[in-house]
Design a protein around this ligand. Structure first.
Ligand code: FEO
Length: 393
């Protein structure tokens, strides 16, 4: 990808990683990703905002081939997909100064072994003039590391937000155009990366809302020339009110748990509850994370393996516990052969979630009519709770 103009004197650099399918050896990337850096050539000084993943360093170096001077390298975030090329950039521009929040400075020293004297810390609200352009640094901690910040370019009303508002999406579009695809990718990104920090994101967005913003340029995915598209989406995702939505995530080994799942899903759907069902033996955990953004209730379905829950179900419980969605209710359904500790295990795995545990339904062997009656009671219990919480439309 070549250097591309966003506005006068402002360019997007970076790499589209079309083929990457996993981030942090954990997060699926079905649509690839990008690492966006930005170059602002002011009338007096030039600033590079972020860099790229170390594997793509050659690309940004080529994009900078005809740029004689870079005075500032702004490091919004020390994670290596944005900071990893800084040592190479500094080697090309030895007089450049790295600008970072105080916490980011130490992380850049720790992770990249940058020389301390090359890094200048900037405080919240501090400005640096490039002549024609003024960089205002806005500290936005915990999106998603403690050191993160954004840069606001006053003259262009442009916000450079790094991971915040990002989307793991490989696209040739400089600006968001395919709204449905971008929305899904941005929601996946929020679900997997940002959701555990939604209360502090709320404060950061309140802070950013004081700025007039014409364009948002994140460091993953396309830029937003219609900022309300992503700002309104975030306001919905970070609210503490879930939707009338049920997630059923399950494993079935010999069909008993599946019979319970099918009855529960059918019964809840017939009551007007939006249900998303995930077979954990094949599901994309990113899809599960997206579903958890809005869900009011999660039901985990598990057979019993060696007297405990199935490992895939425990993984899903651990994931939900780590992502801290706004769930209000949870339950467990499943089967066992002779004994089970599945409920205790799952309840322990989701211990960080502030949920009411609705009484579980476990059957011995294949479900009998009274087991299916118990599932109907569970469906009624979910419906009543959603109604009492004002979630029914
Ligand atoms: Fe895109 Fe947290 O790095």
């Amino acid at each position: 990808m070549i250097r591309r103009k966003i506005k006068d004197a402002m360019f997007q650099l970076g790499a589209v990683d079309w083929d990457r399918r996993l981030f942090d050896s954990l997060i699926p990337l079905p649509d690839g990703t990008s690492y966006n850096a930005y170059l602002i050539q002011g009338s007096e000084k030039t600033a590079l905002l972020d860099t790229v993943d170390p594997a793509k360093t050659d690309i940004i170096m080529e994009q900078l081939a005809d740029v004689a001077e870079v005075d500032y390298i702004v490091a919004h975030h020390a994670e290596q997909d944005h900071s990893g090329s800084i040592p190479h950039i500094l080697a090309k521009y030895p007089d450049a100064t790295v600008l970072a929040s105080p916490k980011c400075k130490q992380m850049l020293i720790d992770h990249l072994h940058l020389p301390e004297n090359k890094i200048k810390t900037v405080s919240d609200g501090e400005t640096i003039s490039l002549g024609s352009h003024t960089l205002e640094f806005v500290h936005t901690p915990w999106v998603h590391w403690p050191e993160t910040m954004c840069t606001y370019v006053r003259e262009e009303k442009a916000l450079f937000s790094c991971d915040l508002f990002g989307a793991h999406l490989a696209t040739s579009d400089l600006f968001a155009q395919d709204d449905e695809r971008v929305y899904e990718a941005a929601k996946r990104y929020y679900a997997e990366i940002m959701m555990p920090f939604r209360s502090i994101i709320r404060k950061n967005i309140d802070k950013l809302s004081l700025l007039p913003i014409d364009i948002i340029c994140p460091s993953h995915g396309p830029a937003y020339i219609h900022p309300p598209f992503i700002l309104d989406a975030y306001k919905d995702w970070i609210s503490e009110t879930p939707k009338n939505s049920l997630v059923v995530a399950y494993i079935s080994m010999h069909n008993s748990t599946r019979i319970l799942v099918d009855r529960l899903v059918s019964s809840c759907a017939s009551k007007g509850i939006f249900v998303q069902q995930f077979d954990l033996s094949v599901t994309d955990v990113g899809k599960l994370a997206i579903a958890l953004v809005d869900a009011a209730t999660i039901v985990l379905g598990t057979p019993t393996v060696h007297v405990g829950a199935h490992p895939h179900v425990l993984n899903a419980a651990n994931l939900a516990n780590a992502l801290r969605p706004k769930l209000k209710f949870a339950s467990v359904i499943g089967s066992y052969g002779w004994a089970t500790k599945a409920v205790e295990q799952i309840a322990s795995a989701i211990g960080a979630l502030k949920v009411e545990i609705i009484p579980p339904v476990l059957c011995k062997g294949q479900p009998l009519p009274h087991d299916l009656d118990a599932i109907e009671n569970l469906a009624n219990g979910i419906y009543d709770r959603h109604r009492n919480a004002g979630l029914l439309i």
